[in-house]
Design a protein around this ligand. Structure first.
Ligand code: GLA
Length: 392
């Protein structure tokens, strides 16, 4: 089993803490975002993959109305009664992910669960790297709790439960990308998502390429308002285009083309116009990328990843010096086909499409250049696209 050691540790801790084996254990991976940035809440397209690192959530029903959550990696325990389930504002804020997920599994009426549960969770996704450790925790939680409470939501509904936990408990107005990628991932494949129809298909990659995540040491925090302000600008722009475009049917930036943006951008503020072209361009790049992948053109696909980063850097302004330096260093290495920031931005990691045979050379070269600029080293790891969340 992938990440067997983490599983063993989670289960052993559960037994030590609660004196019996867990009734259910679920596993959910993190994700990398490969192409299509900030398109999910604009009802657009994304290429992503589930990664080979994830979170295990081991749980059993309680015999009273108490919820006990043990965070293995933090060595902390959070306890609450069903009637008191609410967002945690300070201290053990990690509890918001499992707690919010549980809350929305019962559509915001946790007391209807009747009995609480006890759980231990732990994983090996680096935190703050933009690999969606929080979505992995939500998806592992919801899969295990769905079994414990006998609900029968489909996968996309489970993803939406996690998203609601983010919105209302964690305070991040995210799209559905992270949760969907964690659920729909497939070994050796990319997930191509359409966030209007919520259709998720997988596209096999073959073994000639791999991904390398390069984690900068720049802070990545999506709850400090920068993510929300970008989302707001996109929504404002969509409203404006709905008014000026005569073609009708415009509800999201998904419905606006780059040509229309060029013609009508003058009616938007400079900043809103800059924000809007990013997801519009990203949608076009994902569709173009899909036909390049179908032809096996990895270099062409990689070139779109570089364009994506340029768009982040210039238009959406969700990059930073550290991420730009990683992408610039990657461009000079022939065995890297493409590179871009991955996920929300403002820090976190870059995702590189690489020839796996040259992984060591690539990591050494990028680390050297990063160190020369910033004094410390980024963390480089080869990522294999992996299967999505499941019960163990
Ligand atoms: C974060 C959010 C996702 C998505 C990406 C950017 O990861 O959680 O919903 O918007 O940023 O594409």
């Amino acid at each position: 089993m992938l990440n067997q050691e983490v599983y063993d540790k989670v289960v052993a801790t559960f037994e030590a803490k609660f004196g019996a084996k867990p009734a259910k254990v679920a596993y959910a991976p993190g994700r990398i975002e490969v192409l299509g940035n900030h398109t999910d809440y604009n009802e657009g397209f994304v290429f992503s993959a589930a990664i080979d690192k994830g979170t295990f959530f081991a749980a059993s029903p309680a015999d009273d109305d108490k919820i006990t959550l043990v965070a293995l990696d933090m060595d902390e325990t959070y306890e609450v009664e069903l009637s008191a389930v609410a967002p945690v504002k300070s201290g053990m804020t990690w509890a918001n992910y499992p707690l919010g997920t549980f809350n929305w599994l019962f559509e915001g009426r946790p007391t209807e669960a009747n009995l609480g549960f006890k759980a231990v969770f732990g994983g090996n996704i680096p935190l703050g790297a933009g690999l969606s450790s929080s979505a992995a925790l939500e998806m592992a939680t919801v899969l295990a709790l769905q079994k414990i409470y006998g609900t029968s939501f489909g996968r996309t509904e489970l993803a939406k439960i996690g998203q609601k936990a983010e919105h209302t408990f964690a305070g991040c107005p995210c799209g559905l990308l992270d949760q969907a990628s964690s659920l729909y991932g497939k070994a050796g494949a990319l997930v191509k998502s359409d966030f209007r129809s919520n259709e998720f298909e997988t596209v096999n990659l073959g073994d000639k390429v791999a991904f390398m995540m390069v984690k900068s040491n720049a802070k990545h925090a999506l709850v400090d308002g920068a993510y929300a302000s970008r989302r707001q600008a996109c929504e404002d722009a969509a409203k404006y285009f709905a008014g000026v475009l005569k073609k009708g049917g415009v509800t999201h930036l998904r419905d606006v083309t780059a040509a229309e943006w060029i013609l009508y951008r003058g009616g938007l503020s400079e900043t809103t116009a800059k924000r809007a072209i990013h997801p519009i361009g990203e949608d076009e790049r994902v569709l173009q990328g899909a036909s390049l992948l179908a032809k096996g053109d990895l270099k062409g696909f990689g070139a779109l990843m570089y364009d994506s980063h340029e768009s982040s850097r210039n238009w959406f302004e969700n990059s930073c010096e550290e991420l730009d330096a990683i992408v610039d260093a990657a461009k000079a290495i022939p065995e890297v086909y493409g590179a871009r920031l991955s996920g929300g931005g403002f820090g976190g990691s870059c995702c590189l499409l690489v020839n796996p045979a040259a992984a060591d050379k690539i990591a050494a070269q990028i680390s050297k250049e990063y160190k020369a600029k910033f004094g410390d080293e980024p963390v480089c790891s080869v990522i294999q696209p992996s299967d999505g969340a499941h019960l163990v």
